[in-house]
Design a protein around this ligand. Structure first.
Ligand SMILES: Nc1nc2c(c(=O)[nH]1)N[C@H]1C(S)=C(S)[C@@H](COP(=O)(O)OP(=O)(O)OC[C@H]3O[C@@H](n4cnc5c(=O)[nH]c(N)nc54)[C@H](O)[C@@H]3O)O[C@H]1N2
Ligand SMILES: Nc1nc2c(c(=O)[nH]1)N[C@H]1C(S)=C(S)[C@@H](COP(=O)(O)OP(=O)(O)OC[C@H]3O[C@@H](n4cnc5c(=O)[nH]c(N)nc54)[C@H](O)[C@@H]3O)O[C@H]1N2
Ligand code: SF4
Ligand SMILES: [Mo]
Length: 706
């Protein structure tokens, strides 16, 4: 026993099991140690959990700095200064609830509940404080629906159209792979708990290839790093197929048995010779050919993607093309092979128990969250008169943010923000409500990167007067006069209801009880041994039961039914000539992926983590820097017709020539200009499913000599 553990034993610390609530596939199992005064003194990763394995990432290692941060919102507030001024007065919960319900009743009487828009995303991924909070109360209110399309909507649709389910194998699969192709995904920062499995596999001889325009932390530790021009991956994948077919490396037998529409795909492939793909992607012909051969001949081969690659105007078709690759060489259904995207569809919560949709009027209309700025400034008819934001920080994290600010400044918009901190969004609220942290609330978590559920028990009392999302909605329901029992149930009762309803159709949780979850904290889904390899039975969840190279459902939705590559809506690429960049004022495509020490904008106000990220930088290749007279450390201005922001230049070969990169999401209010990169990102929707397009973004970059 270590001295520290010994001292903890002496102090009779209480150990409380929890779950990391953040938007991360790892959904770590936590244990919080609470002292006799009820104060949490440490949060650690559980050592006995098969994926967490005793450690937490750089962000959540600092969790107590978030929970006990001096800037936590502790009381309800009412705005007293102009919108956005951040001038508030303290009010009681009762005053806040009465004011909100009163304003809403007025708005409903005059304009209908469809003019009230709840806006939320990934503050917490919990069943109760996320999924249930996103549905029940709003369904009953008859509020405007929200299409939660900011993250992986296009990819999700692409995967469903192609193989019918998000059924990634669990992380330990990596140990069985001979080759791991990590395509537009940066797990060293965004899914860190798969890295030890990857390292172990590498030590056993597995080859790891990363395909990313940026030399990320993941790319640095790979055996090979390939840097295509952004937005050209579908062309690269189709060309890999071209090489496979030319060299007879594809699996005709498997294709005949398990796929639909090979003749259509074959025809499409013909247009992507390595020579043409080389001009499009900026990669050498040999690189493309070698990649195709490596992938086709190292069995089992696992393709790892995540949502980063889908945030382009052609993101849906890109992911659909990538999802076809494993089928061309018969890797679906093989242990250590196939596609590792998300595990979300192994278990689906019973939708009706979550939302009580059938007990309510149909949703009057639905608005895509990526269009928030446009919606608040005229796109919605009738207009939105009230916005209720929770689990989200749109001024920082949603695209085309200057439009959002313009909307939030409207005097006829009644805005409520439920938050832990005074974010840039909260500053524009009429009423601010204080939210609990994960240590102060109860919830149940279903991961999207592995196969065990995590229970989260409250470890400490709420800070100040903070309340959880669901508790606020229950209180608002009562204030609005709604008396349905499913709007009064507490978190525990809600979980019981959803678990019972889910167990009726899913054998994976039939042995699960809430008592067991409370006791053990974690529950590995009961997947029978013979079902642990997705699609091992050769049956896919598409209408045809096969991998659909040709998809009738895609055609019905108005998409190209066959995977393909389209040029992005904003790019310097000319369809046949490849990337071109010489002139000083020629704009360049900018990628703005996830920062290592933040989760979207969450943790962006934790001093120590902010310190580790240092400053918002702009990575630019030496060739592009030179033509523009840009030096490392210099302030630069990036701009386009949507807006601008300032960044600190970092001249580096980590990015390929002809493109730019920064990391996100920084809090606008900590920048001297009060803005961040989302002042430039686009609210145009992707080709599939209304997805976001943060990474299709042309900007001009210039030295900024103020
Ligand atoms: N530390 C940390 N972890 C996180 C998050 C965070 O903000 N910080 N965010 C969480 C969330 S919300 C999500 S959705 C996931 C996202 O997880 P990831 O998908 O891994 O993260 P991203 O950084 O969005 O994108 C991954 C990579 O895609 C690359 N990429 C972008 N465009 C292209 C392209 O056109 N071609 C190719 N080949 N590559 C491209 C980017 O350069 C980036 O390195 O991570 C979650 N985990
Ligand atoms: N430039 C750029 N922008 C991006 C991305 C990018 O790659 N580049 N990535 C996008 C992606 S993938 C995503 S998923 C979105 C995420 O966008 P958001 O979901 O808006 O994520 P955050 O910015 O982290 O904001 C979440 C907020 O919820 C609050 N919160 C946490 N827990 C609770 C709770 O229990 N109750 C309440 N009421 N609030 C809580 C947190 O304090 C935080 O302020 O960002 C997108 N924005
Ligand atoms: S953010 Fe991800 S890696 Fe970090 S503790 Fe949470 S689930 Fe684990
Ligand atoms: Mo995301």
């Amino acid at each position: 026993m270590s001295l520290k553990t010994h001292v903890e034993e002496q102090r009779k610390l209480r150990v409380v099991y929890g779950a990391c609530p953040h938007d991360c596939p790892d959904t770590c199992a936590l244990e919080t140690h609470v002292d006799e005064k009820g104060r949490a003194i440490s949060v650690r990763g559980r050592a006995d959990h098969p994926v967490t394995r005793g450690w937490l990432c750089a962000k959540v290692n600092r969790y107590l700095e978030r929970v006990y941060h001096p800037d936590r919102l502790l009381y309800p507030l009412r705005r007293v200064g102009p919108k956005g001024s951040g001038r508030f007065e303290r009010i009681s919960w009762q005053e806040a609830l009465v004011e909100i319900a009163g304003r809403w009743q007025e708005i409903i009487a005059r304009h209908g509940a469809q003019t009230i828009l709840p806006y939320s995303y990934a503050g917490t991924l919990g069943l109760v404080q996320g999924a249930v909070a996103d549905a029940r109360f709003w369904n009953r209110l008859g509020a405007c629906g929200l299409e939660r399309a900011i993250c992986g909507h296009a990819a999700e649709e692409a995967v469903l159209l192609t193989i019918g389910g998000r059924l990634a194998p669990p992380p330990e699969t990596l140990l069985q792979s001979k080759l791991v192709l990590i395509w537009g995904s940066n797990p060293a920062s965004t899914a860190p708990h798969i890295m030890p499995f990857l390292r172990q596999a590498q030590r056993n001889g597995t080859r790891v290839i990363v395909i990313d325009p940026i030399r990320t932390l993941t790319a640095r530790s790979a055996d090979q790093h390939i840097q295509p021009f952004p937005g050209t991956d579908a062309a690269l994948a189709l060309s890999m197929m071209f090489v496979m077919v030319r060299e007879g490396l594809h699996r005709q037998g498997w294709i005949d048995q398990h796929t639909l529409g090979w003749e259509h795909l074959l025809e499409r492939i013909q247009g992507f010779s390595p020579e043409r793909a080389s001009r499009i992607t900026g990669l050498a012909v040999e690189t493309i050919e070698d990649l195709a051969r490596s992938y086709a001949t190292s069995e089992p081969a696992l393709l790892r993607i995540s949502d980063g690659i889908n945030r382009h105007t052609n993101g849906g078709q890109t992911v659909r093309t990538l999802a076809c690759l494993p089928a061309v060489i018969g890797q679906y259904g093989r242990p250590g092979g196939g596609l590792m995207y998300s595990t979300s569809d192994w278990l689906r919560w019973d939708k009706e128990a979550v939302g009580h949709r059938q007990d309510c009027q149909p949703t009057p209309r639905t608005i895509n969250m990526n269009r928030l700025g446009a919606v608040l400034t005229g796109e919605a008819d009738p207009p939105i008169y009230s916005l209720y934001v929770y689990n989200a920080n749109p001024v920082a994290s949603s695209p085309n943010a200057s439009k959002i600010v313009e909307g939030l400044e409207r005097e006829d918009l009644f805005t409520v923000v439920h938050e832990l901190f005074e974010t840039d969004t909260a500053r524009y609220a009429d009423i601010v409500l204080p939210a609990t942290s994960q240590l102060e609330q109860m919830d149940l978590h279903k991961p999207y990167g592995h196969l065990s559920l995590q229970m989260n028990m409250p470890a400490i009392a709420p800070q100040g007067e903070a309340r959880s999302n669901w508790d606020v909605m229950r209180a608002l329901a009562a204030e609005m006069g709604f008396d349905e029992p499913w709007l009064r149930d507490d978190a525990e009762a809600v979980m019981r209801e959803v678990l019972a309803a889910t167990a009726v159709h899913s054998p994976l949780v039939k042995d699960l009880t809430l008592e067991r979850l409370k006791e053990e904290g974690t529950f590995p889904l009961s997947v029978p041994a013979e079902e642990r390899v997705p699609f091992a039975d050769g049956i896919f969840r598409t209408p045809s039961g096969k991998v659909e190279f040709y998809s009738e459902r895609a055609a019905e939705k108005g998409y190209d039914p066959v995977p393909g590559w389209e040029i992005e809506a904003e790019t310097t690429l000319r369809k046949e000539e490849g990337p071109a960049t010489e002139a000083l004022d020629e704009p360049l495509p900018l990628l703005c992926p996830a920062a290592h020490h933040f989760v979207s904008s969450s943790f962006g106000n934790i001093e120590r983590l902010k310190g580790k990220e240092r400053v918002p930088t702009l990575s630019i290749h030496p060739l592009d820097a030179e033509t523009r007279g840009i030096r490392s450390g210099q302030l630069v201005r990036v701009s386009n017709e949507r807006g601008w922001c300032r960044l600190v230049a970092q001249v580096t070969e980590d990015v390929r020539p002809g493109m730019l990169a920064t990391t996100t999401v920084w809090w606008p209010k900590f920048s001297p200009d009060g803005r961040n990169i989302n002042w430039t990102t686009s609210d145009r929707l992707a080709d599939f499913n209304g997805g976001s397009t943060f990474y299709t973004n042309l900007v001009k970059v210039m030295p900024d000599d103020r």
